[in-house]
Design a protein around this ligand. Structure first.
Ligand code: FES
Length: 152
């Protein structure tokens, strides 16, 4: 079966069916698909489109709009460094440079072990700069925090 075909036994169908009649169900189903499988494959986009009676293009549009709805397998460690104003005012750019050096990748890049992305406000402005490692927010972040999480 081609990757673009919608399989009837795909576990993503059970997820989508669960949210089928809920307001915001499409996004919730896609988020749960990412939580369970790590990303939303094309075939799973098609499953969601089928269950919600949407076009594949509509579901593709939703998936492509939200950065968190990954479409490819992700590395085991995901780092995000806040680039918004409050964090910039207390050294987020310098922190980003140090994090890039520590990880050996630039902002927006991914390797087999880690991804490094920008995020625009984690709600920790009063404790800036901030970053997030595998969904765990780090306030008043510095390279030592990251080095504890990800030794070089
Ligand atoms: S601006 Fe960085 S947490 Fe709000």
């Amino acid at each position: 079966m081609a990757e673009t075909e919608s399989k009837s036994d795909d576990p993503a169908r059970e997820i989508a069916e669960r949210y089928r009649h809920r307001v915001g169900g499409v996004l919730t189903a896609l988020r749960e698909t990412v939580a369970r499988f790590g990303y939303v494959s094309r075939s799973r986009e098609h499953v969601v489109a089928d269950v919600f009676n949407l076009s594949r293009a509509e579901v593709r549009g939703i998936v492509s709009f939200y950065h968190d709805l990954k479409t490819t397998p992700q590395p085991p460690v995901q780092v995000r460094v806040c680039q918004a104003e409050a964090c910039q005012s207390v050294g987020a750019r310098e922190l980003t440079t140090r994090v890039e050096s520590h990880l050996g990748i630039k902002l927006g890049e991914t390797n087999d072990a880690v991804s490094l992305d920008a995020v625009y406000c984690l709600g920790l402005c009063a404790q800036a700069p901030s970053m997030m490692v595998n969904g765990r927010p780090l306030a008043r972040a510095d390279l030592c925090d990251l080095a504890e999480e990800i030794p070089a």
